[in-house]
Design a protein around this ligand. Structure first.
Ligand SMILES: [Zn+2]
Length: 452
């Protein structure tokens, strides 16, 4: 038995409730109940929270006070009222931050947050303690589907907190190690030498689950396989987050650690949005947020099954509410019900970033994940990056494998033409594909705005 896990679950978390008024455990207990309610009742819980939030917004938040006339609609049909509010972009949040902050909020209790700015557009905003605790509870609820509970030992493969000084880093690592039972592996320190050290760590400390961003977990798995490293301990589950998890990455990670890899769909500026269940479906944290999918161009809500922009309304953040916040990801909603016993609604085809969407010569949208997954059918391609530079130009960077068969590249290109139509494709053979400043490798990117 992991004593540290037991102490965190039974002593530290209950203590935090009294010492710091941390309500994560209470929120978790609620979420554990609501997930089994009939879908209609889950939606009622959601609507009631939305009604309260919208009333708070029109009464107290400067950005939304001009919407007071729709109070009767909010009272009667909050979901319908939500559609009256404009979609909010990251740029607007950055430019007009102050008008979204609740004037009576205790400023000292606001938690400044900044979404990853390495490849996308950074956004500065505040969340409050309840928002963060609700989100944490949603993560623990979903991990419980995989037999993981609060405090269980975790191997976290992540970028180093570079901004911290060495002393702060030490404290950070100790805090993670003892208070949260997290063993931290820096994605920047992964190499053929260090992989033996990390394998030893996995074998002796037996983390119950791994957690990390897709490309870092994939790199660790590749090093394990390539260097024939013995991994004797099998975790319960490996959670991939923060990036699109490509099929080839999932396969390699599952092969290296003989364990199921699942997707967490979360964002720093939206919390835990959805989590994969045992049936491989992504269940939305519906008690915490409303997820809408809207058309990329018209921004009109789309029916289930249609892919579009993900729009989030966080139902817990009263300090800085952001109604209908455009996240920058692409996904579709699903009407299906899942047989796993969890009745939370489903989100499908979460395809990550909006700038992963390419435009074909006849104006169709094509998600670059398609090309990334396709590339894996050609062994001659060791690594690649596909960039749509303009509407008519694609750049394909390839690291050759040994052996290398030219005709494979030609047939890959043919497949790209089939989907992208008449477009110019430049091929560059390179020795390395540089990761972004965050350490993440982007496999695909569109470099021009979608709507001109
Ligand atoms: Zn399910």
């Amino acid at each position: 038995m992991d004593l540290n896990a037991a102490a965190i679950k039974n002593i530290i978390f209950p203590m935090l409730k009294y010492a710091k008024n941390n309500n994560t455990l209470d929120y978790l207990a609620n979420l554990n109940k609501t997930q089994f309610l009939p879908m209609g009742e889950i939606i009622s819980v959601q609507k009631e929270k939305l009604r309260k939030l919208l009333l708070h917004c029109v009464n107290n938040i400067p950005a939304y006070q001009t919407y007071k006339e729709i109070i009767p609609v909010i009272e009667k049909e909050p979901a319908e009222a939500l559609a009256h509010f404009p979609i909010l972009t990251k740029q607007q949040v950055n430019d007009m931050q102050d008008i979204f902050i609740f004037p009576d909020a205790d400023k000292s209790k606001l938690i400044p947050n900044r979404s990853g700015g390495s490849t996308g557009q950074p956004v500065r905003f505040y969340i409050d303690r309840p928002t963060s605790e609700h989100s944490e509870a949603a993560r623990w609820r979903a991990l419980s589907w995989w037999d993981i509970s609060i405090g269980d030992k975790c191997l976290m493969v992540w970028g180093n907190p570079l901004e911290l000084s060495n002393h702060e880093k030490l404290i950070y690592n100790m805090k993670e190690r003892f208070l949260k039972n997290i063993i931290f592996v820096s994605a920047y320190s992964l190499n053929p030498k260090s992989v033996h050290k990390y394998a030893g760590m996995i074998n002796t400390s037996k983390p119950k689950y791994f957690y990390g961003y897709a490309s870092a977990l994939h790199l660790l798995a590749q090093l394990v396989i390539k260097n024939n490293v013995q991994i004797k301990h099998r975790p319960k589950v490996i959670v991939s987050t923060a990036e699109t998890l490509y099929d080839f990455q999932r396969e390699t990670i599952e092969k290296a650690f003989r364990c199921r890899v699942i997707n967490e769909y979360g964002a720093r500026d939206a919390g835990i949005i959805a989590y994969e269940c045992k049936n491989g479906k992504m269940h939305i944290s519906a008690e915490n947020m409303i997820v809408e999918i809207v058309d990329i161009e018209t921004k009109r809500p789309l029916k289930s099954g249609k892919s579009g922009l993900v729009i989030i309304t966080d139902l817990n953040n009263y300090s800085m509410p952001r109604l209908r916040y455009q996240l920058g990801d692409i996904a579709s909603l699903s009407d299906e019900t899942c047989g796993c016993g969890i009745n939370l609604p489903l989100i499908d085809n979460v395809q990550g970033r909006e700038d992963d969407i390419f435009v074909s010569s006849d104006g169709n949208y094509v998600h670059a994940v398609y090309f990334c997954n396709l590339a894996r059918s050609y062994p001659s391609i060791r690594q690649f990056q596909i960039i749509q530079k303009t509407r008519h130009d694609l750049l394909l960077k390839i690291i050759k494998n040994d052996p290398f068969i030219e005709s494979e590249i030609m047939s890959y290109i043919k497949e790209i033409y089939k989907v992208m139509g008449h477009i110019n494709i430049d091929i560059e053979y390179v020795d390395a594909i540089e990761p972004a400043a965050s350490g993440k490798i982007r496999y695909s990117k569109r470099e021009f705005p979608l709507i001109v």
